[in-house]
Design a protein around this ligand. Sequence first.
Ligand SMILES: C[S@@+](CC[C@H](N)C(=O)[O-])C[C@H]1O[C@@H](n2cnc3c(N)ncnc32)[C@H](O)[C@@H]1O
Length: 247
Amino acid sequence: MGEWFTRFFDGLYARVLADTAGDPRASDEARMVKKLLRLRKGQSVLDVPCGKGRLTLPLARMGLTVTGVDFTAAYLRRARRAARQEGLDIRLVESDMRNIAFDAEFDAAFNWFGSFGYFSDADNLAFCQRILRALRPGGRFLIEGINKSWLLTHFREHDESLHGPIRIAVTNRWDAATNRVHSTWVFTDGRSLERHTIVMRIFNGGELRSLLSEAGFRDVRLYPRPPVGPFTRHSRRLIAVARRPAT
Ligand SMILES: C[S@@+](CC[C@H](N)C(=O)[O-])C[C@H]1O[C@@H](n2cnc3c(N)ncnc32)[C@H](O)[C@@H]1O
């Protein structure tokens, strides 16, 4: 069977995940990331995983030095082509995010849009530790995802959506013992049918704070999305921003 994420992103989902041009919210999201990470023009930021460069490109347009990492080659090709067309200089690295080995290179890093919690508890922690190492002392790391407290009070066992010609039917089951959602995604586009089972660790604010602290980060701050007012258990989405200690 292997790991679900090694198959999911290359399938019909590839036609659903937006790039910058296909997502009018991308620039707003990039501005949010820049502000929360307190980034100034010329500073360096790591976008991991970067997908098709949805936020990588707008951040480069804002004058940041951006590196994107993802393991889906087709997504990186798309990002590279779009960057070339705009004359943007971005670095794109094809790699499993569990294997990144940057050393004190970046002023900031971020993991955006349900891209965290794919691995075992040990590997989710190890990923955060690799991010810590990738940052310069004092550098900041941001994670964005759904808030477990919200999810459990709004839990839907079935969900359906239409994305152009692609229909997605999702069946969800919550496993309280492991804090993971198990979802079966069935994609149909009139010609083919694709089925995937996804397992994701979902965090509440306290759990994400603990994980980041265990990885060695300090000053973990929680925000709702958009970051207006305080984060509460009723916030639909959760943003955590943490700092690598200065020494
Ligand atoms: C939901 S998408 C989000 C992409 C991007 N952050 C955005 O906001 O558009 C998740 C991304 O994670 C990538 N991915 C999943 N597992 C990965 C892994 N183990 N290593 C590197 N990239 C991975 C997929 O290729 C996909 O581009």
